[in-house]
Each structure stands twice: as structure tokens, then as C-alpha cells.
Design a protein around this ligand. Sequence first.
Ligand code: ADP
Ligand code: 2DT
Length: 213
Amino acid sequence: MLRITRGALIVLEGVDRAGKTTQCQKLVHALQQSGRAAEMMRFPDRTTKIGQLISSYLEKKSNLEDHTVHLLFSANRWEMVPLMKQKLEQGINLVVDRYAFSGVAFTSAKPGFSLEWCMNPDIGLPKPDLVMFLQLNPNMAANRGEYGIERYETSAFQRTVHQRFEELMQDSSVNWKVIDAARTIEEVHKDIKLLSECIISLAENQPVGELWR
Ligand code: ADP
Ligand code: 2DT
């Protein structure tokens, strides 16, 4: 009997305009072309009720207290966990645009928030088999167009977010890979595809882990 092996949970992180969305889409397409089941997810998922609250906050149409919005971002991940687990068990590789790391990096860039406090609500989420951080300096990011009008889209805040990501990457319990995102879209894609193919083979025979536990 054919045994279905589980899919891998692959996350792309990085500051604004590093190329996360572009690369997630290309990776899903490439994996599908090579005969593997793959789907993209993104956080925040703005389609759910919680996601709509978050979206309105990001669009500055509403204000939410900082702790409250942090917990909503986390709840927005937890509400997707049953679906994520189901898909992984079905052998579908999930390629995710932002995850708990963005959650921690963005909230802890606000005054008065420790990394530890910010990590707590996401402890125990499905642990990514691979987290690729698209590394791009602020000047290069600026060349990719103006910041948008959403909350957090200022260069000073993004610099602090970048520092928080650097701190998170010190944690060796997470399989971080830093990708030089200053190259062409195709060059970056080649690296991402290779790393992903390796981890898909490795993850097959291991259970899904629990993040930060
Ligand atoms: P993110 O999801 O990280 O914010 P996007 O994938 O939306 O980034 O890309 C932001 C902009 O930069 C888009 O206009 C995209 O076409 C462009 N872009 C993405 N990757 C590259 C690259 N390697 N070189 C030049 N421009 C890029
Ligand atoms: P995009 O939809 O353009 O990626 O922007 N964020 C994201 C948080 O503050 N906390 C989180 O947990 C997550 C996943 C990053 C979404 C914005 O929301 C921020 C940018």
C-alpha cells in the first residue's frame, strides 16, 4: 500500500519588500511543476473574522490596543492550525508568507514589549521545518518602491523590526536559513527551491514539531 508522507512547513520571512510574496508564489509553482503537492498561505490571513479586525487595524481604519492586536495576530495563526495540520498530513507542502516570527519582530519593535512576552502566545504552533529569512538592507528595499500607507510602513520602524529578526535568528531551535535577497528574482528562487526540496525529503519521516517548546 502506498504510504502518504507528510508535507513540509516552509516559511518565508523578511522585512517589507524583501520579495517574500514573489518568492512564495514562485516556490509553490516550481514544486507543483515537479509533481509535488504545494499550497501557499499567508499571515495575517485577512479573510477570517479575526483577520478582518487585523486588516482594518493595518489599514488604519481602526485602532486597537497594542497587546490586543498582538494576541489577535497570534489567534489568526491558531485558528488556521487544524487546517494546516490536515494539509500537512495529506502530504501537501505549505509555503507560508510570514508566521510567528513577524508577529514577534513587529510587536517587540514597539516600546515596552519584550521578545519573551511576544513569543508566548505562539508557543506550540506547528513548527516550520525551514524558515528562510530574505535579507535585504533598507536602501535596497527603498529602491523597490515607496512604502505603502499601512501601519508599520515607515523606515524607522522597519529598521527596528530588522533588529528584532536578527535577535530571533540567534535561536538555534529553529531551522533558519538566511537568503541574500539583493540578487535577481531567479537567483533568489534557485536557492529557495534547492533548500525547500532538501527539507521536503527530510521532513517526510519526522512528525511536525512544536514551535519554541
Ligand atoms: P514582500 O512580500 O517581501 O513585501 P514582494 O514580493 O511583494 O515583497 O516584492 C516587493 C516588490 O519588489 C515587488 O514590486 C516585486 O516585484 C519586487 N521584487 C521582488 N523581488 C525582487 C528582486 N529580487 N529584485 C528586484 N525586485 C524585486
Ligand atoms: P502584509 O500583509 O503586507 O505581509 O503585512 N504583522 C504580521 C504583525 O505585526 N504581526 C504578525 O503576526 C504578522 C503575521 C507585518 C502585514 C503587516 O502585519 C505585520 C506587516
